[in-house]
Design a protein around this ligand. Structure first.
Ligand code: SAM
Length: 196
């Protein structure tokens, strides 16, 4: 599905969700039937299109990179779903803060933005999710580095430590019930069971 977008992503070194993870994402969304989905990390709209195709939801999607956001916008138009998407070109943290302040709510979050920021987003996500809402976080193993006992290369160290913090926060959380799946680069699925 959406092969031409996948091909463009490959040719232009734009990371998009991997095959087994996308299957799982689509299954989750089909089963949960969310009304409002938030995606952090639009890239060129590939996963956004999958989310829309798998549901009847309205999608809000955030992308910091203006060029990618433009391409995503065109892709949403091309597939006739532009009426079901709001694309926000901004830093995800700014947007999350404003959603939390304005009491904006979502039923499902696909977390696929900057990997070192997941743990900072979590309290905000807890605020903006409805009860039983789900966070589907991709790439939580960071190419195996998160689970490795070996020294982490300097350039990845803070990102890896931050991702470990994310997983630890989930493990200790009374707000989320989580499972971490050993699928491709690791997926954490967290359901909101209580307020913070
Ligand atoms: C892994 S890609 C998203 C792939 C997309 N979800 C898909 O599967 O088709 C991550 C995206 O997050 C964007 N990003 C990075 N930092 C961000 C930030 N602080 N706020 C919003 N977007 C950000 C990047 O520009 C990149 O396009």
């Amino acid at each position: 599905m959406f092969e031409e977008i996948e091909k463009y992503a490959q040719e232009n070194f734009i990371p998009i969700i991997r095959p087994l993870s996308r299957q799982l994402l689509c299954e989750q969304v089909k089963n949960l039937n969310p009304k409002k989905i938030l995606e952090i990390g639009t890239a060129i709209g590939f996963s956004g299109l999958l989310l829309l195709k798998s549901s009847k939801a309205f999608l809000t999607t955030i992308e910091k990179d203006q060029h990618r956001a433009e391409i995503a916008k065109n892709n949403f138009k091309k597939y006739g779903v532009e009426d079901r998407v709001k694309l926000i070109c901004d830093d995800a943290m700014n947007v999350l803060k404003s959603f939390a302040n304005n009491n904006e709510k979502f039923d499902f979050v696909f977390l696929d933005g900057p990997k070192g920021q997941y743990y900072r987003y979590l309290p905000m996500l807890a605020k903006i999710l409805n009860k039983d809402g789900v966070v589907f976080a991709d790439d939580v193993f960071l190419h195996g580095l998160v689970k490795s006992n070996l020294p982490i290369p300097h350039k990845s160290r803070s990102m890896v430590n931050n991702m470990r913090k994310y997983l630890l926060l989930l493990e200790k959380s009374n707000c989320f019930d989580s499972k971490v799946l050993d699928v491709e680069d690791g997926i954490a699925i967290s359901r909101k069971i209580d307020e913070l």
